[in-house]
Design a protein around this ligand. Structure first.
Ligand code: ATP
Ligand code: MG
Length: 566
């Protein structure tokens, strides 16, 4: 690849309106261009990286006997109506019409299509279990496309789907996928963790996410400091608190003018937020429902959404509705005498002598106690864990870190096979709906995740596994001394004959420009040919940001071939 005839539009300055390093560097180093919010064109260097990620993913899918297919991007509404998702999916599903005014959508995922394919073509138990995968474009009209490739609207996913007669083979395929994802991320060279994930409203069976650790990640992960426990904060649990102490105080109503938040109430009363409870009001299926937490804890909406009687999708109540039905404003609500159903988080339920709203504007109770002053029935876990919490089944403490979700594996059960009436004959000739698994891997998001982990001030630092080329060859002063150009051309030729991928910067640019571009682009092995080193009979060589060395051509061959080829 000669720089002079490859589209590598590097930018001298940081582009405007970028929020993460991967987005900034992909644009600056000339790998990517944005066409529209969350929609991108991959330029030659970027496309090479993408193809390398795809190749690794493909090999690992083939290793576990998944069959590669290619399913359509434009999908008829009928299939989505059958599964019920045409109605359930909100604006993330981009709907279009053809010339006959028939409804279609741009595919955000392929469960419906693969289930339809399966039911029309597979009839017998003998063909099961089976796994199909494809690597293709998805479109999700994300409410806030941002962070470049990390939350795009159009992106590439590898998605795989498996079909099973028995749970045992679903379990095996699930763990094969788990291993395959681990191998993919190990081969790329990422620092990642697999964590227990929320199953959505399907519930029941397992789900794991593969999270690349990075500050720019949108997800928060909880890890134990002393065991393997790791979960997305959406799902993470802490050990339940110890039993509640005895009541010591009597309940008193106190005036708390304008104290509408836990912080202001705690300040006013000279107490810690951990001694207060907060009462949040949400939409229930029949009435408003209150959720009561310890003052310093945050509500976990996904946990709350799964409770009986809570409306899905989860929604906080409208402040006007609250005032109308409870006769006081949000900051003054509490469990004492509360006339709507409520759930109490386990840690709030373990408090004695606590502070809570008095259901009257500008008043709170101090010294309130469960049972004596307020009913305590539905004790649940509805909070986000915090750092320092005890892990669920051990003595370790939880730590929190940020991650980028690059993969998600999921046991679907029979959700689609039942709603779409898939029938397979088992050994006895009875027809049953197969169990399914689905396994997504964000190919384009992974490229961004790599950069989030592998960059410095000057630019990207590609791991060799997916670098756009192995060697970045730079000629310096070839315009002034033709022998430099000849020597560089010759080395370029030689490396190509050795099947080493090279980006050859043969441009008539100043050395400073070429070096700055090389730093930005981040190809691991850099070789410079200039008239001085040429006279000395050596090459100037540098691996990533290590010290520059002078080495011979044969030593270069060693360095390049010694580096791992996956
Ligand atoms: P998220 O919670 O980040 O929206 P998701 O749960 O919607 O992800 P899945 O439906 O499980 O994601 O999709 C599988 C994989 O596709 C994700 O693990 C991620 O790597 C990738 N992915 C999902 N949404 C996007 C997006 N908007 N941009 C880029 N990649 C995405
Ligand atoms: Mg999503």
């Amino acid at each position: 690849m000669r720089f002079s005839n490859t589209l590598i539009p590097t930018l001298r300055d940081d582009p405007a309106r970028t929020d993460v390093a991967s987005q900034r560097l992909l644009l600056r180093a000339g790998f990517l261009r944005q066409l529209n919010a969350g929609i991108f064109t991959w330029l030659p260097l970027g496309f090479r990286v993408l193809q390398k990620v795809e190749a690794i993913v493909r090999e690992e899918m083939q290793r576990i006997n998944a069959q590669e297919i290619l399913m359509p991007f434009v999908q008829p509404a009928e299939l989505w109506q059958e599964s019920g998702r045409w109605e359930q999916m909100g604006a993330e599903l981009l709907r279009i019409q053809d010339r006959h005014e028939r409804d279609f959508c741009l595919s955000p995922t392929h469960e419906e299509i693969v289930t339809d394919l399966f039911r029309n073509n597979v009839r017998s138990y003998r063909e099961l279990p089976c796994t199909y995968f494809h690597m293709h474009t998805k479109f999700r009209d994300e409410i806030r496309p941002r962070f470049g490739l990390m939350r795009a609207r159009e992106f590439i996913m590898k998605d795989a789907y498996s079909f099973h007669l028995e749970e045992s083979t679903l379990d095996k395929t699930y763990w094969d996928m788990y291993e395959a994802y681990s191998r993919i991320l190990d081969r790329i060279g990422l620092d990642y963790r697999s964590v227990e994930a929320d199953n959505g409203l399907i519930g029941g069976s397992s789900s794991h996410e593969f999270q690349v650790l990075a500050e720019a990640g949108e997800d928060v992960l909880a890890f134990s400091d002393s065991s393997d426990y790791a979960a997305n904060i959406e799902r993470a649990e802490a050990r339940p608190p110890a039993t509640r102490p005895e009541a010591q105080e009597s309940m008193e109503k106190v005036h708390t003018p304008n104290a509408k938040t836990i912080e202001s109430v705690a300040d006013l009363l000279g107490l810690d937020a951990t001694r207060c409870v907060k009462t949040l009001i949400v939409q229930g299926q029949e009435s408003l429902v209150a959720l009561i937490l310890r003052g310093d804890h945050d509500l976990n909406e996904l946990k709350a959404e799964k409770l009986p009687g809570i409306r899905t999708p989860f929604q906080f109540a409208d402040p006007n509705d609250i005032e109308n039905s409870l006769n006081c404003s949000i900051g003054s609500i509490g469990p004492v005498g509360l006339e709507i159903p409520y759930y109490v988080d386990r840690d709030a339920a373990a408090l004695a002598d606590f502070v809570c709203g008095a259901n009257e504007d500008n008043y709170h109770y101090t010294g309130a106690n469960w049972e004596r002053d307020a009913h305590l029935q539905d004790i649940v876990d509805i909070r986000n864990v915090v750092e320092g919490d005890l892990e669920p089944n051990g003595t370790g403490r939880l730590l929190l870190k940020r991650g980028i979700e690059v993969g998600h594996i999921f046991k679907l059960g029979r959700k689609y096979s039942e709603s779409m009436r898939v029938a397979i004959q088992d050994q006895e000739g009875a027809t049953i709906a197969p169990a399914m698994g689905c396994y997504g891997f964000g190919v384009t998001r992974t490229v961004a995740a790599v950069i989030e982990q592998c960059h410095d001030e000057a630019g990207i630092l590609w791991p060799e596994s997916i670098a756009p080329a192995k060697v970045h060859l730079i000629s310096v002063g070839a315009d002034r001394s033709p022998e430099v150009g000849e020597a560089a051309d010759k080395l370029y030729q030689l490396l190509q004959e050795l099947n080493v991928e090279v980006l050859y910067d043969d441009r008539a640019e100043r050395p400073g420009v070429k070096f700055a571009d090389a730093d930005l682009i981040g190809i691991p092995h850099r070789v410079v040919i200039g008239s001085r080193t040429l006279k000395e009979g050596v090459l100037e060589y540098r691996f990533q940001r290590n010290e520059t060395e002078k080495i011979s051509e044969s030593e270069l061959k060693n360095r390049v071939s010694a580096s791992s080829i996956h």
